[in-house]
Structure formats: structure tokens, C-alpha cells
Design a protein around this ligand. Sequence first.
Ligand code: PEP
Length: 236
Amino acid sequence: MAIIASNFKTNHTRKSTNDFIENVNNFLLSNDIKEEVYVFPTATSLDYFKTVSNFTLGAQNAYATTNGSFTGEIGTEQLDEFGIKTILIGHSERRHILGESQEEIAKKFSFYSELGYKIIYCIGEPLEVKEQGLEKTLEYVYEQFVGIDTNYENLILAYEPVWAIGTGVTATNTDITSVHSAIKSKIAKPLLYGGSVKVANAHEICALDGVDGALIGTASWKVEDFKQIIENTKDL
Ligand code: PEP
């Protein structure tokens, strides 16, 4: 069964998130879909959604703390208020735009894994590395596992080539399967693909060998598209 996750990034309001969540939940219930579905709204839209019974809400980010003086960040005290026990760590936008180092990422990973959170851990290479070939790509990706306990039981991995994220350029099936099979040979964890997955290609990508599902940004923000992706992959 595929795992399908939506990353809202900096999109949707509290109101539209609420509508989205209700809509997806009703869809999963009325179609008796058992697929593992995750939604990562903005921090301001996290809430205790009584309606969420058939999928999991997670945080796109949080600091490695319970509380304290970390202006602009949230910690587990804020996540606990809404029963959030799932977090994205290592997303390329946090690495490359917000400047999170591997050391900080590993610290965050340790903190949240010690608390038993389900972690979706993202890795992926920028274009200049991809252009140097598979060996360099894998070298780069393996560096992103430094300090990470890859045996952690509540871990899902997401391979997201940076050049494919939000660009409309999806990796080819060969790109995806070669990286996925290499990672899978070292780490026995569910491995999602992310990078311009959309309604038209979700089934084909999720059906590839070594692909256990998709982490989706842009194409998941429209609820009808997100539901269609779930529908298209539900029998895998
Ligand atoms: C992402 O942000 O994780 C992502 C894969 O984005 P997009 O689907 O827009 O490429």
C-alpha cells in the first residue's frame, strides 16, 4: 500500500486547512481507503482536529526543544497541545533556503526520535551534484545520513532531488529507481519519492520498484488533486 503525504509548505490559511482536512477525511471514510496518508499544514494551522480519524497530521518543522527562548520556533509543548507526534525533518527547503546544517538536522532527529515521533526524513541532491552522475549523487545523499539513526523504528525516508522540487521537472523512472535501490540496499525503511509528483504521474511513480509512496508539495494543495492522487494509488 502506498504512503501519500502532503506538504503544504507556506500555503493555506487556518480556514482553508480546516476545509481541506474535513474534505480529505470524508473522502477517505466514504471510500473506505486504508492508504497511509499524512498532511503537514503550516504551524499556524495546526489544531486539534476532531474530524481527523483516517490520516495523520504532522508538523513541517519544530525546534529540538520542549519550550524556551527560540524566537520564531515551536517545540513539543506546542505540538502536544494538538496531539502532533509526526514531523518532517531535513526537507531541502530547510537545508538550502533556511540554512539548516546536517549537525542541526541530526540534533533535531535525535530529539524527536527519543520522544518516539514518526519522522519523515528527507534527503536529496542539488542539480550540480546530479550532473556529476549517480556515484556523486549517492555520496551526497549518504552524507545526509550522518548522525541519523537509520534503524529508528518510526522512520520513513523521502528521496527528494532538489532540482525536482517545485520545478515541474520530475526525475525519470531510472533516476528514481537507481537512487531508491541504492538507499534500500543500505536502509530497510519505507522510502517515498518527492519532486513534482502530480495526478498524471503519481501512480506510475508509486508503482516503481523501491518506491513506497510519495511526498507531494504543489500538486497536493488543491484538495481535488490530492484526493485524486490518493485514489490513483490506493490499490498499489
Ligand atoms: C516537497 O516540497 O516535498 C515537494 C516534493 O514539492 P513539489 O511536489 O512541489 O515538488
